[in-house]
Design a protein around this ligand. Structure first.
Ligand code: NAD
Length: 468
């Protein structure tokens, strides 16, 4: 890409200063993104506020504009997918799929019904519940799935009649800026503004009094800061935060056939998924066979530059995250970990780390207790299933989880004991508009997905009439 520009009030614009964007496959700067000034942010929020007043009035016009925007985005999927691979590192087919998936999400959202209920209606009175937009929404996104996560906010927020100011991660601003440019061609000026900058820009956005709702996806630590900023004006807030998803394998599962499923549930996107499997609990008698099965897949996975069509796993997105993964693996080694696959940073330029499978560590070791967010998976033995469930529940996270068993009944019995937003059975990572997606405990507040995601961008409004 030659130029990345912000979208503010329907115009494409640069800024007085810019920051570097690094290709994680080389560790080198390949582009720059505008550093949004305080005045430009103010202009974006004012434009959104102005545009929202007309946008909220015509649902059919919103549906049409969103459908048109989806077509434009679909047509640019390859180009934006390439940008996404360059700045994020993921395999090109996944990147193009992410953009195409976002276009589908926008198209599907355009057809969603807006909730409206009459909960009581007789001679004595009538109670009507309608759902209204909040106004200007601030959306803040992380670097692992920048396009899909942005769209999971844009589509429902805009359908609901809100306008938006969106700020992507400084590690992956370019694909989101391109989305802003494409969507601006189909949306009225100011309805969607995309600004780029560092963490400070996010803080300015969340503190602004004209923002009525914040939709944030990122780490627990930043989520706390966002919640504190929202507290000042009691802004509505949805927080989609980190996870440390446990997978519990029951003794009736077949370790040989689980190797591939568990590996990809943990290592997709090089482990940089909030709901990736981040620790596995298996019966002690099965642990060796299961570890071997997962390690075999790990050794065969082709790691490389995402632009190479044969690549299955790309690099870690940024130097800080690579350093963290190196540190967690070094700590695990020191605490007695047995490495079954990988274990090292790869001797090439870029932020590559070998897909790593390890055992021999307890629940208190950092690689198990913390969110690694990288291509490393610890497997732990259990003797007693009750104990395994307690250990699985033993962190402050509660995003996803899974149970693997030949018996749905047994899996369900375990599933109901797990304190998480989602428990998958014999799968992991399966997101669908047919279910709300959100975290228990420190993994978040509120939900995305389907009608639940749409309702999170709407204020309920009740008219309660007495007739007799
Ligand atoms: P991060 O919290 O460092 O940054 C996320 C975004 O917040 C970035 O755009 C950043 O610039 C911005 N930001 C930073 N400080 C801010 C502040 N004080 N106020 C407002 N905005 C601020 O997270 P990350 O490293 O980009 O992403 C990785 C984390 O995101 C992991 O913990 C992962 O589990 C989580 N995540 C969660 C979900 C989910 O749906 N639950 C999805 C993807 C990622």
């Amino acid at each position: 890409m030659d130029r990345a520009e912000m979208s503010i009030d329907g115009e494409q614009c640069g800024a007085d200063s810019a920051f570097d964007v690094i290709n994680p496959a080389t560790g080198e700067t390949f582009a720059q993104a505008p550093e949004c000034s305080a005045a430009q942010l103010q202009r974006a929020i004012a434009a959104a506020d102005r545009a929202q007043r007309a946008w909220k009035r015509d649902l059919n016009a919103r549906r049409t504009a969103m459908r048109n925007a989806a077509e434009l985005l679909q047509a640019r999927a390859e180009e934006i997918g390439r940008t996404l691979t360059l700045e994020q590192g993921k395999p090109i087919a996944h990147a193009i799929g992410e953009v195409a998936g976002a276009a589908n999400q926008l198209r599907a959202a355009a057809d969603m019904p807006i909730p409206h209920e009459v909960t009581h209606d007789d001679a004595r009175g009538r109670i009507e519940v309608t759902y209204r937009p909040y106004g200007v929404v601030a959306a803040i996104t992380p670097w692992n799935y920048p396009v899909l996560i942005a769209m999971s906010k844009i589509a429902p927020a805009l359908l609901a009649g809100n306008a938006m100011v969106l700020k992507p991660s400084p590690y992956t601003p370019l694909s989101t800026l391109q989305i802003g440019e494409v969507l601006s061609q189909a949306l009225p000026a100011g309805v969607l503004n995309v600004v780029s900058g560092g963490n400070e820009l996010g803080a300015q956005l969340t503190a602004h009094p004209d923002i009525k709702k914040i939709s944030f996806t990122g780490s627990v630590a930043t989520g706390r800061r966002v919640a504190a900023a929202a507290g000042e004006d009691l802004k509505r807030v949805t927080l989609e935060l980190g996870g440390n998803d446990p997978a519990i394998v029951l003794d009736d599962a077949d370790p040989a056939t689980l190797g591939g499923s568990l590996f990809w549930s943990a290592f997709m996107n090089s482990g940089q998924i909030c709901t990736a499997v981040k620790r596995v609990y298996a019966p002690a008698s099965m642990l060796a066979a299961l570890t071997e099965a997962v390690a075999t897949v790990a050794k065969s996975a082709k790691v490389g530059d995402g632009l190479d069509p044969d690549t299955m796993l790309g690099p870690i997105n940024n130097a800080m995250q690579l350093e963290r993964v190196c540190e967690l693996v070094a700590d695990a080694r020191q605490r007695g970990a047995v490495i079954h696959a990988g274990g090292e940073r790869m001797p090439r330029k870029g932020y590559f780390f070998e897909p790593t499978v390890l055992s021999g560590v307890g629940d208190d070791v950092r690689i198990v207790a913390e969110e690694q967010f990288g291509p490393v998976l610890p497997l732990l033995p259990y003797d007693d299933l009750e104990d395994a469930i307690e250990r699985a529940n033993g962190t402050h996270f509660g995003l996803g989880s899974s149970v693997w068993s030949a018996s749905s009944e047994r899996a369900r019995e375990v599933a109901i004991e797990i304190d998480a937003g989602t428990v998958w059975v014999n799968q992991h990572l399966a997101l669908t508009p047919k279910a709300p997606f959100g975290g228990a405990k420190c993994s978040g507040i509120g939900e995305a997905g389907g009608r639940w995601g749409l309702e999170s961008f709407m204020q309920k409004h009740v008219i309660n009439e007495r007739r007799a």
